[in-house]
Design a protein around this ligand. Structure first.
Ligand SMILES: *Cc1c(COP(=O)(O)O)cnc(C)c1O
Length: 397
């Protein structure tokens, strides 16, 4: 009766539920139209307004808007003076960009393993990986769970190492009551459509350090000291390019969308938290599934809801469960392939097998759909499909 869709049965849903999706309302559209009608459609006043509102939201002194989250990471590597001969500690369980930014600056990536519960960087392992060449540590807030601990902060500070938080997943998350974006030396965010708020493509860096903020701003626009508005105001044509920067600017059009989206963040965070709570409640009885761990003091922003399969209770591997869920029209995903396993890093000589926790977790993880517009009925479809698939493949004797 409950034949799996992958074996010709009726799928749990008639249409695919994606794993993530943006929410764009009429007021977002209106904000973009207004920005299009303004005098300046890039590097105008809306960039400033978005940066100020964002900084205030995360409790940071400065926010610098850039063209995407990867550009944000690249800028932090530049500001931290990463270069050839330097090392940067990066966890394996992340998107490739968290490590690639080190390579853009010719630095060496020192990949470290993650802790088994949150899949965030293992602080003790990270500390052991630090040597005289270490310039920075990147802590990635996996799935939205804050990764920066007091131990990591005080260690980095005592050794003069720059602590960078890749908070692409963690806008709105807090740790010990402190907002992500206010804790590390520099924190990066992404506004890709699957993230908490979107500008199409976009990114932000926050910092409390005025010198870093100045370097980041320059890097965003060719390493040039002034912007065109300031030059016009001063009635001057003169400018200097003092660093090799890039064009990593975000347009006023995009910042108008970002500002409009930011106003809805709290509502969306509440919805993500409610979806996570419903998943956890409904998955409690499925013993072949482990639900995500939240550490005391942490408030996750739930970018992703990542389950772990207990493979010893199943007759098939993660790939088969994944395919069966997709056939049920549940848009599951996998986060992440350990970054050093990618051919680019394999060709640089990173042998597999050195990061046992993440390499083992990779076999077990499945990301369930998670976005604010999901209804309770959508959540229930996911757990119903998961139960159906797991029961069909359970190793019961
Ligand atoms: C999305 C993401 C990025 C890159 O952001 P883009 O805006 O897509 O460039 C970097 N790191 C992590 C962990 C991400 O999830």
């Amino acid at each position: 009766m409950n034949r799996l869709a992958i074996s010709g049965g009726q799928p749990t849903r008639n249409s695919l539920l994606p794993y993530g999706h943006q929410s764009i309302d009429a007021d977002d559209e209106q904000a973009v139209i207004s920005a299009l009608r303004a005098d300046l459609i890039t590097t105008g006043p809306t960039v400033d307004r978005f940066e100020r509102a964002f900084a205030e939201r995360v409790g940071a002194r400065f926010a610098i808007a850039v063209s995407n989250g990867t550009a944000a990471l690249h800028a932090t590597m530049f500001a931290a003076d990463v270069g050839a001969g330097n090392e940067v500690v990066v966890p394996t369980m992340t998107f490739a960009a968290s490590a690639n930014c080190v390579r853009y600056q010719q630095g060496t990536v020192a990949f470290v393993d993650v802790r088994d519960d949150t899949l965030n960087i293992d602080v003790e392992t990270a500390i052991r990986a630090v040597n005289a060449k270490t310039r920075a540590i990147v802590a990635v807030d996996f799935a939205g769970h804050p990764a920066v601990t007091e131990d990591l902060r005080s260690f980095a500070k005592s050794r003069g190492i720059c602590l960078i938080e890749d908070a692409s997943h963690a806008l709105g998350a807090t740790m010990g009551g402190r907002a992500v974006g206010s804790m590390a030396d520099m924190t990066t965010f992404s506004f890709h459509p699957v993230k908490h708020i979107t500008t199409g493509e976009g990114g932000m860096i926050t910092t409390n350090d005025p010198d870093l903020a100045t370097k980041l701003r320059r890097f965003r626009t060719h390493g040039i000291t002034t912007n065109h508005v300031d030059r016009e105001k001063a009635g001057s044509w003169y400018y200097e390019m003092i660093d090799l920067g890039y064009n990593y600017r975000l347009t006023d059009i995009q910042c108008a969308l970002g500002l409009s989206q930011l106003g809805k963040l709290d509502r969306w965070l509440a919805r993500r938290r409610a979806i996570a709570a419903r998943y956890t409640e409904r998955l409690r009885s499925i013993t072949a599934v482990r639900t995500p761990v939240v550490l005391p003091g942490a408030d996750s922003s739930w970018h992703l809801y990542v389950i772990r399969l207990r493979l010893d209770q199943l007759s098939v591997d993660r790939g088969a469960i994944f395919s069966a869920l997709r056939a049920e029209n549940i848009g599951v995903n996998v986060h992440y392939i350990p970054v050093p396993w990618h051919p680019y890093y394999q060709n640089l000589g990173y042998a597999k097998g050195r990061w046992p926790v993440s390499e083992h977790a990779y076999d077990e993880v499945i990301s369930l759909p998670m976005f604010p517009a999901m209804t309770d009925g959508d959540v229930d479809d996911v757990t119903t499909a998961l139960e159906k698939v797991v029961n069909a493949y359970s190793r019961s004797c």
